[in-house]
Design a protein. Structure first.
Length: 141
């Protein structure tokens, strides 16, 4: 919490108000049943379900493999993909492919394209990252 308060101080925000806000914020509690569900082993069924939920025809991330590729070759990729995700979660270390993104700039509609603030960043993530994220999102529903 100290780091967050220091960030507020750098911006000229009253430290007492910032500390009070942080101390009074109420966050949802994670019950043991929910924790066990989140910590459960990832299954091939779960990976396949997450994959089916992802949209086709999206720009791929840095590895160049779109979601469509994973869907087209799901019979061949399902077991290695599931094992990679399990290993990453067991070791508490994501593979490099899940930690990188390509960032591109998109112009904001109706803005002067000669100005930097007229663009917004867009991160293109690899499909394997999206699959893992979707698994977690589905577990949180």
């Amino acid at each position: 919490m100290k780091i967050k308060i220091e960030i507020f101080l750098d911006q000229g925000v009253d430290s007492t108000a910032a500390k009070r806000f942080i101390d009074e914020i109420t966050l949802p509690k994670l019950y043991n049943e929910d924790k066990e569900l989140l910590d459960a082993d990832i299954s091939e069924t779960e990976v396949l379900r997450a994959l089916k939920c992802l949209q086709n025809n999206k720009t791929p991330g840095p590895d160049g493999f779109p979601v469509d590729y994973y869907k087209a070759f799901s019979n061949e990729l399902l077991t290695p993909l599931t094992n990679m995700i399990k290993e990453a979660l067991e070791n508490k270390k994501l593979p490099e492919s899940l930690e990188i993104a390509t960032i591109t700039l998109l112009p904001k509609p109706g803005k002067d394209k000669q100005r930097c603030e007229s663009y917004r960043p867009l991160s293109l993530l690899n499909a394997d990252y999206k699959i893992l994220s979707k698994i977690i999102a589905l577990r949180l529903e």
